[in-house]
Design a protein around this ligand. Structure first.
Ligand SMILES: [Zn+2]
Length: 417
């Protein structure tokens, strides 16, 4: 082999290697391999799109990010500005998205060999639920008399958090609280009768929701005519049994009924005699003229009362029959507060003690309610839900009665005229 031939061979081989390396440097390599990961979308309309360049394809990545849109044909581009990092995920945030809408997205990366794409994935922007408001007290269309206190209690719930609640009476703010529970005692003293719209609202920071109820405030009625309104006949009973009846105090057999009672206001006085155990027997003539039998509304029990007290008794029990009250956020009927009722017309001395004066029960102008646990004083401050206190305020007081609580006899309601 001559020298010239071997040099030619060396140059040819070298040339081949140079050409090959130029070829590989230009043509070797591939498009990037890209993975589309999950997206994280928020109710605010922002979403973070996640992707990963798992193989840059041996070339420099010149552009990467996501294509996205609200249809599978995408159409929008979100480019990542950071320098790409192989096998590390990248995130691009997009915003102004529509809550409740489903979006499509796809990660991509570009090198000199072309564009690589991940799968098309989807996400739906969650909807921020508005708070829900529940008014647990009072019930809608409650009707009260002006002067009563309306216990308002409301709660709110939200998919995130209830920030605040507010109470409006006919659109003017009455109370506001932070958090998801609102209670308020609405004092209706001095407000004009009419229909009031109570609105309770709750705010979760982005949305507000409210609930309305209506309360009818009525003028406190005059008590005395209620019996007539109820159209209840007052039955007058005569006592004809075995005792010969004399019809007036003057004609009374004062030999048989030697004692004369005091004058009990407009309810008058009577002759009587003492019997046993603190009892008395009253001149039947006075009873015939003054004591009538009525049926107490609500209780539907017949009782004997003084004829001039009948209207008040009927008025009180009409309040009880129709009224409700709020105890610990629960609405209960006034009627349910009565466990027992005793003694309207009972002819006796105070405490069944003949040494003491005559009980007002002898005139048929008093009634005892819930005697079992009410021969005592009720402290309105410590026992605001005592049944007799509530009955006093909502029935007997508006019907013109006095309450024995001042002398520690909270079972006893009486008329003093
Ligand atoms: Zn009594």
């Amino acid at each position: 082999m001559n020298k010239r031939l071997s040099w030619s061979l060396v140059i040819a081989v070298l040339g081949f290697f140079i050409a090959f390396s130029i070829f590989t440097s230009v043509y070797r390599g591939d498009k990037p391999t890209v993975v589309t990961a999950e997206a994280l979308a928020e109710e605010t309309g922002n979403a973070s799109l996640n992707g990963q360049i798992s193989d840059p394809g041996g070339k420099e990545i010149t552009l990467y990010g996501f294509e996205w849109g609200n249809t599978p044909s995408l159409g929008e581009e979100a480019i990542c500005q950071d320098s790409p990092d192989e096998n590390k995920s990248f995130i691009v945030s997009i915003n102004d998205l529509q809550p409740g809408t489903t979006y499509y997205f796809q990660a991509f990366a570009v090198n000199s060999k072309g564009s690589g794409y991940g799968d098309i994935k989807t996400f739906t922007v969650p909807i921020d639920a508005a708070p829900t408001v529940t008014i647990s007290s009072p019930e809608d269309n409650l009707s009260i008399f002006s002067g009563e206190i309306v216990k308002i209690a409301a709660e709110a719930a939200d998919d995130k958090k209830v920030e605040s609640m507010g109470l409006y009476v006919n659109d003017s703010s009455a109370a506001s609280v932070e958090g998801d529970a609102l209670t308020y005692d609405w004092d209706t003293s001095g407000i004009s009768p009419g229909e009031y719209v109570l609105k309770v609202s709750a705010d979760d920071g982005t949305q507000e929701e409210s609930k309305l109820i209506t309360v009818l405030v009525e003028e406190k009625p005059e008590v005395i005519n209620l019996a007539a309104n109820d159209q209840q006949p007052v039955i007058k009973e005569t006592y004809t049994e075995s005792i010969p009846v004399s019809r007036s105090v003057e004609a009374t057999d004062t030999y048989k009924y030697p004692n004369l009672s005091k004058v009990q206001g407009s309810f008058g006085q009577f002759y009587y005699r003492d019997t046993s155990g603190g009892r008395i027997e009253i001149d039947p003539g006075w009873i015939a003229e003054n004591i009538v039998t009525i049926t107490l509304p609500g209780l539907n029990r017949k009782v004997q009362v003084h004829k001039d007290a009948a209207d008040n008794f009927i008025a009180a029990f009409n309040y009880i029959k129709n009224g409700t009250t709020w105890i610990n956020g629960k609405q209960v009927s006034l009627l349910s507060l009565i466990d027992s009722m005793d003694g309207t017309f009972v002819t006796r001395h105070v405490n069944w003690d003949s040494a003491r004066g005559l009980s007002n029960h002898s005139w048929g102008i008093a009634i005892d309610i819930n005697a079992d646990d009410h021969y005592r004083y009720v402290d309105p401050n410590t026992e605001p839900y005592d049944p007799n206190l509530i009955l006093w305020e909502k029935a007997f007081k508006p019907a013109g009665f006095s309450w024995g609580n001042s002398y520690s006899d909270s079972m006893h309601f009486e008329l003093l005229y």
